[in-house]
Design a protein around this ligand. Sequence first.
Ligand SMILES: O=C(O)CCC(=O)C(=O)O
Length: 280
Amino acid sequence: MSDSAATAQGGPRLTDAQKAQYHERGYLTGLPPVFSAAEVADLNAGFSRLCDLLDEGEDSKEIREWHESSLWLFDICRHVQILDYVEDILGPDFYLWASNYFAKEPNSPSTVGWHQDGFYWPLSPHHSVTVWIACTDSDEANGAMRVIPGTHATGLIKHQRSTDTESVLTLELKEGSVSTDDAVPIALKAGEISLHDDRIIHGSPGNPSSRPRVGLTVRYSGTDVKCDLAVNPHFKSYLMRGTDTFRHNPVGTVPTEQYGRLIREHLSIEEADQDEWHDE
Ligand SMILES: O=C(O)CCC(=O)C(=O)O
């Protein structure tokens, strides 16, 4: 993966119509595959290597920000084609700060409650994009992520403690607080990606199928975005493109180990007291 990431060049850029679609709807799909079949095999083999580093009782949702400890994962996050698309959305100056897996085994009841990332994250202003990388096919039958188009533009809604015991999140939108009639499933083939705004309402149901559904999310923000370190003292930024004239955030160190696990005191920002810092 390191080699292809370092040498890939000259791929497609977002058209004006795709950029307009992203800004109007808050998400974008329909892009050509970023990863070839061989690279998809590597995506899954690498995921498996990272899972092998988990302690007993932990599961893949603990693989959070391991781009700080795994060069293999860091190289995925700095894949040239992905950065080109992110630059087309965020502009020339942006950094990487988060990565985590949303993996659903076959016949998994595990859900992701409806939520807005921007409510969880102690980041300001809202100028962030998530790249959702399909490591397996992801579709309606195996619990694809769903988004509610346009909701990135209607403000943040107060979240509450999750009442769904199967949800991997601890906070979610209150049932009935938002109409999900217009929700759109993001169907992706393995190796494809989608992009979404940090304020769009999204979530996913369980996976009743016999196929796994594995997504890797990678989060990028404009250099104007500042993290409240009182809420997330572990926050590390990695400049991916341009220059950081703001210097708002601590800078991370590029990992040297191919597959190392991140060892630090566990901090789930979902578990922080949201009332102290969410901005709506
Ligand atoms: O993969 C999923 O089902 C949900 C992903 C998600 O919540 C996110 O990207 O923030």
